[in-house]
Design a protein around this ligand. Structure first.
Ligand code: ADP
Length: 334
């Protein structure tokens, strides 16, 4: 390969960060969450105090990290970024917390993946701005309370339901991010195209938007892939015909379903007769992690009406059969 995977990944992240809106005003869509956050931030600025802790939930790529950055920027506060899987021990978290400066915003991505002891330490930090540092082992161990400066935690999770109640309750504000409407995504595609200096027709922007699974990250990614196609196979201008050919080549279908989405529906219909089938069995059938199927593929399939979650398992809807070009079986369960 010409570029190593790491270099390509770094390049992706650089572009992603260049396309991030920096203020709430620039952040398109999510009107409700954005308006509510605006109030929370406004009030906190007025009182000159760190605002309540904020929990953001929703599928990947909808703007949780972006909002955390915006929150810090709007408060003119420094931002620290970490994630649940990066915090293995309570001590890791204690070190981060005690290193915070007053008013700092701490972004904790994938907060539901934190270890239990770290979670308990976090409860106390969120509520009392204090942590107990355990010194020593066994019967001689003592807890030394350590004060930490007031900070604002911004937690992100793909599903708020995955968080234990006591943790959820400690957030003063919870915002649930929804998939974006096509018109909102179209604006995002146009904005990104302008930033990347890409020539695109309005119809083509609409086409890319409608195939982006309601997700800004995917809209931005598809825009870049279509741009590659336009530069290599045409004169660089993105037209609707060109974007259709490019998206077909990248296996993104008219409804925006990608390989994984279609794989899930395909397994569900062809291998399990439309279900109901358990999540783990389905994940094995498509060769993916359970979490990936549940947190990445399913939310969009559910929202598009192709898949239903029932107490007995996952079920394909008639629309799913039709989307795969199959006839709907008479005895299928919905
Ligand atoms: P998450 O943390 O929810 O996975 P991110 O905040 O990293 O998602 O957003 C992914 C990409 O999508 C970023 O590059 C960002 O620029 C873009 N993005 C997300 N939300 C918006 C929005 N409302 N307007 C414009 N771009 C957005």
């Amino acid at each position: 390969p010409l570029v190593s995977a790491d270099a390509a990944d770094l390049e992706e992240r650089k572009i992603e960060s260049a396309l991030r809106p920096r203020t709430l005003a620039e952040f398109g869509g999510q009107r409700r969450v954005s308006e509510q956050l605006e109030l929370v931030l406004h009030a906190a600025r007025g009182r000159n105090r760190a605002p309540d802790h904020v929990l953001l939930s929703g599928p990947p790529g909808l703007g949780k990290t972006t909002l955390a950055m915006i929150i810090a920027a709007e408060l003119s506060a420094p931002l620290r970024i970490t994630s649940g899987p990066a915090i293995q021990h309570a001590g890791d978290l204690a070190a981060i917390l005690s290193g915070l400066s007053e008013g700092e915003v701490l972004f904790l991505d994938e907060i539901h993946r934190m270890s239990r002891p770290a979670e308990e330490l976090l409860y106390m930090a969120m509520e009392d701005f204090r942590v107990d540092v355990i010194v020593g082992k066994g019967p001689g161990a003592t807890a030394i309370p350590l004060e930490i400066p007031p900070f604002t935690l911004v937690g992100a999770t793909t599903r708020a339901g995955l968080l234990p109640g006591p943790l959820r309750d400690r957030f003063g504000f919870t915002g649930h991010l929804e998939f974006y409407e096509a018109v909102e995504l179209e604006k995002i595609v146009n904005r990104s195209a302008a930033l990347l200096d890409v020539d695109i027709t309005p119809e083509a922007a609409g086409e890319i938007a409608s195939r982006s699974r309601g997700t800004p990250r995917i809209a931005n990614r598809l825009l870049r892939r279509v741009r590659d196609f336009a530069e290599v196979r045409a004169d660089g201008i993105i037209t609707i015909a060109l974007s259709r050919s490019a998206l077909d080549l990248y296996e993104v279908d008219k409804m925006g379903l990608d390989r994984l989405d279609r794989g899930v529906l395909d397994a569900l219909c062809r291998r399990f007769g439309g279900g109901p089938v358990g999540l783990s069995t389905l994940a094995v059938a498509v060769g993916e992690e359970r979490e990936t199927v549940e947190e990445v593929a399913e939310p969009f399939l559910v929202r598009s009406g192709y898949l239903a979650r029932t107490p007995r398992g996952r079920v394909a809807t008639p629309a799913a059969w039709r989307h795969l070009g199959l006839s709907v079986p008479k005895n299928a369960t919905f």
